[in-house]
Design a binder for this molecule. Structure first.
Ligand code: AMP
Ligand code: GLY
Length: 424
């Protein structure tokens, strides 16, 4: 088979690495890819938003399966464009990707089908939102409706902060048209868990749990980022939690989408908060998480291409997912200053040390080749260093050991990825 992967981050590197393990696959393309993905795939300089060009490429090169990694093309309808041309593609159609593309949609869906989530109101008029805030309990959470690079959520401790937040989102349009509509929701406390799943429209198969660290600084301080590190499994994702979610969240979400005429095929990523009143949905994503994928896929035993095909063909009920009985930790190596302002273009040393190190992985997020053919930094998040271990503590020690193998100017990382492991 020939497989095309669309995207260019650590998530797509992990997907490419996993696809490369499949005995069914003899050629991988990635658009646009990065310097690390180039080890498994021929990188093609087409952006993820150029749907027609991508489909034409897939046709011309007789690609058998295209896998979409990123949220923007999914929400923009790339799957519909591929399907209209008779191309096999893994991911939700536009009318289903709205599960991630509109927070107002997903909240209304959960309300309608009694799926546990925070209480909320939606607004299209900033004056109504401001009026509502006058009697609301603080802290409170403001969410821009649309995609905002994971940054469209504001947690406000005071009325003044919340008023300023409404202005930023709805009047100043800090997140662009994502702020035409807004969700204001109850602030919840508890442990956060990420659960990724494969869905074929009817059947859902849950992958192993993981947890992200979204803040830039140690102690979960500083600005929200795309994610600074992950671990898997989450020690807080107990059997009871799993049973509850299976009954009240996972299958009900898939069934709700089908009932709405928006059959979902692809990945549903459940962002969960384990509250005192039980697990609740923080958000849905319609694609693999990044960097969650970098700890989940290295532990997965299945041939991922078989699972992708089963989702497309509606035969996922015939597949059981299997995960190794171990743990993995990923520490993101970023450019100092991320997520605000940072320099790039620095040579990266030490990547070769991962080649023969079993259970150690370096997934590239923002890298490229310079004119000399050397790999240099090319983004805020540069690399994800993942290591496995027999348990979470061993995996964490291994991952931090491996971060020392890598060197580049302005290298920045958090030193407390997996701190929750000690609190379990
Ligand atoms: P989201 O993009 O919706 O997952 O939100 C980003 C982050 O904001 C989440 O990972 C949580 O840490 C936080 N968050 C979102 N919604 C809430 C909420 N209702 N209560 C508390 N924290 C929240
Ligand atoms: N790590 C969070 C996300 O992928 O949205």
């Amino acid at each position: 088979m020939k497989v095309l992967i669309v995207g260019s981050g650590g998530r797509e590197h992990a997907i490419a690495w996993k696809v490369a393990q499949s005995p069914k696959v003899d050629k991988i393309y990635c658009a646009p890819g990065n310097a690390g993905i180039a080890e498994y795939a021929e990188c093609v300089p087409i952006s993820a938003m150029e749907f027609d060009k991508l489909a034409a490429f897939a046709k011309e090169h007789e690609v058998d399966l295209t896998v979409i990694g990123m949220d923007d093309p999914l929400v923009g309808g790339i799957v519909d464009v591929f399907e209209a041309q008779g191309l096999r593609v893994f991911g939700p159609r536009k009318n289903a990707a709205i599960l991630e593309g509109s927070k107002a949609f997903s909240k209304d869906l959960m309300k309608k089908y009694n799926i546990p989530t925070a209480a909320y109101e939606t607004f299209t008029d900033p004056h109504k939102a401001l009026e509502y805030l006058q009697t609301a309990k603080m802290p409170i959470v403001l969410k821009a409706d649309g995609l905002a690079l994971g940054k469209g959520v504001l947690i406000c401790n005071t009325l003044e902060e919340a008023e300023a937040g409404v202005k930023e989102i709805m009047e100043d349009k800090k997140f662009g048209s994502a702020g035409n509509q807004m969700v204001i929701e109850e602030f919840m406390t508890g442990r956060e868990v990420s659960v990724l799943s494969f869905v074929d429209g009817d059947t859902i198969r849950i992958m192993t749990s993981s947890q992200d660290h979204k803040r830039a600084l140690d102690g979960d301080q500083g600005l929200n980022t795309g994610g600074m590190g992950t671990f898997s499994p989450s020690p807080f994702y107990t059997k009871e939690v799993d049973e509850f979610c299976k009954k009240y969240i996972y299958q009900p979400s898939v069934d709700a989408m089908k009932k709405e005429g928006r059959t979902f095929k692809g990945i549903i990523f459940f962002g969960l908060m384990l509250t005192e009143d039980g697990p609740k949905v923080l958000e849905y994503n319609a694609r693999f998480g990044d960097p969650e994928t970098q700890v989940v896929l290295p532990r997965m035993k299945n041939d991922i291409v078989e699972v992708f095909e089963a989702c497309i063909d509606g035969t996922l009920d015939q597949i059981e997912l299997e995960f190794e009985d171990n743990a993995a930790v990923c520490v993101v190596l970023a450019s100092d200053g991320y997520p605000v302002k940072y320099e790039k273009g620095f040579k990266i040393h030490g990547l070769e040390k991962f080649k023969d190190a079993d259970g150690y992985y370096v997934f590239h997020a923002g890298t490229k080749f310079d004119e000399d053919g050397d790999i240099v930094t090319n983004g805020g998040r540069v690399l994800g260093v993942t290591a496995k271990g027999k348990d979470l503590k061993e995996a964490r020690a291994n991952a931090y050991k491996a971060t020392e193998w890598i060197d580049f100017a302005n290298k920045y990382m958090r030193h407390d990825i997996g701190h929750a492991i000690d609190e379990a």
